[in-house]
Design a protein around this ligand. Structure first.
Ligand code: GLU
Length: 440
């Protein structure tokens, strides 16, 4: 086992959607490819918005997708550790108390914007005297805390975006603790990544600026920042995908019969220079992972495209990959899979072949003759063509006039898998009765 370790860090404030699922997939695949570990970290410091229901649903989807985790951590259980780090950073002057209200900060922001300057916090709090602080506290103001950035250039080599530079002078000191004492995402995330020895962080490009400030936090902890890969965000028809917008949930896709591996295959290749092809196991998909092939443009995610891809995925699905979920044998699966949009639809064909149906008789003369011409069993894939040739010679019918009435009598359907494959599955006795117009 290598020392590679990645993490997927969902906030349990919503259901898994296609955007954070993609992040989970890339992290898992990288760990798999490099023989490393995958940590699941629940970012539940926002007590008001975090819900057990969401957390359970996230875990359920990860299990369904096959993205098993080696370790699990929970931020709400690590507050004492965060407090300890903050005490140290306060003593070192890297974390400082601020007393501005949200309204005051907003006024300052607007003023700077009006002057055509970037809205960067002016560190007014660092100039407060003991007197000022006393006055604020007497007014009942509670401090929030910021992390003080050091001057200089912050740079890293991003696995997707290449070399990135930020001048710390252009960044605001991030707020890390709210007035009510609760932690914002930035610092706990770094403390965890440091403590759990995370080697690679793969996440959406909406975190690029956070990364710049977090690199300084890693250094403040006495560590070195891990490798970063920022994935271009997916865009949907309604703009950016976000769980808050109630974008497409993976639960819904699952309920509609979209396969877990179809989702993983699709998300792993969307926006890359490779074609989106079905992969039937995560190991093979992991071997194909290559960050150099991820494009910089924001890929469009289209639900319809995913569903069409799922049809292709199911139609080519090897029996091996589906046998634990269906109660048909391999020849049955191979006969019907080419007509399935979802795996569940196999049950409809199972019913048609094995249970009673009422045949649809379109040309009674023809189907009666056809019934009488049915050869004795055993039947195989060649039975149909020999039989249908005889029916054609005797009836003088051909093309649609011949095939359509046979199909409707045998299956009560307009379309479906090739009759040469279905006929042996239906068997002689049912086929005979159905061609005679009898429910069988
Ligand atoms: N909980 C954070 C989020 O969902 C994690 C971000 C990260 O990967 O660092 O955005």
């Amino acid at each position: 086992m290598s020392d590679v370790k990645v993490r997927f860090a969902p906030s349990p404030t919503g259901f898994m959607h296609i955007g954070n699922t993609r992040t989970a997939v890339f992290n898992w695949l990288l760990a798999q490819k490099l023989g490393g570990k995958f940590l699941l970290r629940i970012d539940d410091t926002d007590v008001l918005r975090s819900k057990k229901e969401y957390e359970d649903a996230i875990l359920d989807i990860l299990v369904w997708l096959g993205l098993k985790w080696d370790e699990e951590a929970r931020q709400s259980a690590r507050i004492a550790r965060y407090d300890e780090v903050v005490a140290k950073l306060k003593a070192e002057g890297r974390v400082y108390a601020c007393y501005e209200t949200a309204e005051e900060l907003e006024v300052m922001r607007k003023k700077l914007m009006a002057q055509g300057r970037p809205p960067i916090y002016d560190r007014g709090a660092l100039k407060l005297t003991a007197e000022d602080i006393k006055k604020y506290e007497a007014e009942g103001r509670k401090p929030h805390y910021r992390f003080k950035l050091n001057p200089g250039v912050i740079e890293w080599d991003d696995l997707v975006r290449g070399k990135i530079h930020y001048d710390a002078a252009n960044l605001a000191d991030p707020v890390i603790i709210r007035e009510d004492g609760s932690y914002l995402y930035h610092l706990p995330s770094v403390i965890d990544d440091f403590d759990f020895k995370i080697t690679h962080i793969i996440r959406g490009e909406d975190h690029v600026t956070n990364t710049a400030t977090q690199i300084q936090m890693f250094e403040a902890l006495g560590g070195k920042a891990p490798q970063f890969a920022h994935l271009p965000l997916l865009t949907g028809k309604e703009g950016k995908l976000s769980k808050r917008l109630g974008s497409l949930g993976v639960r819904e896709l699952r309920a509609e019969g979209v396969e877990a591996m179809a989702i993983c295959s699709f998300l792993a290749k969307l926006g890359t220079s490779e074609a989106i092809e079905p992969f039937y196991d995560l190991q093979t998909l992991a071997e194909s992972l290559d960050f150099a092939k991820i494009g910089r443009a924001q890929p469009k995610f289209d639900e319809e495209e995913l569903k069409l891809f799922n049809h292709k995925f199911v139609r080519q699905m090897p029996y091996e990959k589906v046998k634990s979920r269906v109660d048909v044998d391999e020849s049955f699966w191979n006969a019907v899979r080419g007509n399935l949009n979802t795996v569940d639809e196999v049950h409809e064909w199972e019913k048609i072949c094995r249970q009673e149906i009422t045949p649809l008789i379109e040309d009674a003369d023809l189907t009666k003759k056809a019934a009488e011409l049915l050869p004795p069993e055993p039947w195989d894939e060649n039975t149909y063509s020999q039989w249908v040739n005889e029916v054609k010679n005797i009836s003088g019918k051909k093309g649609k006039e011949l095939f359509h009435p046979l199909r409707k009598a045998l299956t009560a359907q307009e379309n479906g898998p090739e009759l040469k494959l279905l006929l042996p599955l239906i068997g002689r006795s049912k086929a005979y009765n159905r061609l005679m117009g009898i429910t069988a």
